[in-house]
Design a protein around this ligand. Structure first.
Ligand code: COA
Length: 181
């Protein structure tokens, strides 16, 4: 498994594979922001926005390859608020349905943590469908479950579901005045 960061040019170059990953996840029922039927234009608009955010420096985009095939991806959304420099949200952890349980998500999350550390982001957080397979992964990776928000979003087939909030502290900040951050 090889994990690499994609810059904006890399994201554009791998647009077909990224599109396929999102389509595959939604087709297999993952609550990742979209409902069925999922138009290709909607998927492409999403990845276009991600690519812009990568170009603007507010998003880290990682991809995992196995045997030269792009099998997974994850993002870190870097909070750009003046007081939010310690946190990043993990978004769109997607591993192709044909490549799961092979360690791709684990490798992607390890790489995301390395990037977060390099950028001095000590708090990673995320939400995921309560009761979904991903919860077992985050527990295994040392994330803490905060709780649930009821009826937070719909599955691709339109069923309302709770979301679970998880976080991981990579390093602890000193409690200085905000001005000194
Ligand atoms: C959740 C997801 C990212 C896991 O990817 P993956 O590459 O299969 O995960 P890994 O192989 O690194 O799994 C590591 C561990 O996590 C746990 N895990 C992963 N998938 C699991 C599942 N379906 N059921 C139970 N535990 C699971 C297991 O402990 C696993 O270790 P093991 O295989 O030795 O038992 C993948 O199933 C996926 O893309 N799902 C659809 C999209 C999604 O829900 N993303 C999360 C949105 S926040």
């Amino acid at each position: 498994m090889q994990v690499r960061m994609l810059d904006a040019a890399g994201a554009r170059a791998h647009a077909p594979q990224l599109r396929a990953l999102l389509q595959d996840a939604v087709a297999h029922g993952a609550s990742v922001g979209f409902v069925m039927p999922l138009a290709q234009a909607v998927v492409d608009a999403y990845w276009g926005d991600v690519t812009e955010a990568v170009a603007g420096g507010s998003r880290i985009l990682l991809a995992a390859w196995r045997d030269h095939v792009l099998v997974g991806t994850v993002q870190l959304d870097l909070c750009m608020k003046p007081n939010g420099g310690n946190r990043a949200e993990v978004q769109k952890l997607l591993v192709h349905s044909g490549a799961r349980r092979g360690g791709a998500a684990t490798a992607l999350m390890a790489a995301a943590e390395m990037q977060a550390l390099a950028l001095r982001r000590g708090l990673l957080f995320l939400d995921t469908e309560a009761g979904s397979d991903a919860e077992a992964l985050y527990a295994r990776l040392g994330y803490t479950r905060v709780g649930e928000l009821p009826e937070y979003c719909a599955t691709p087939n339109g069923a309302w579901r709770a979301t679970a909030i998880w976080y991981k502290t990579l390093f602890v900040r000193e409690r200085k005045e905000a001005r000194q951050v």
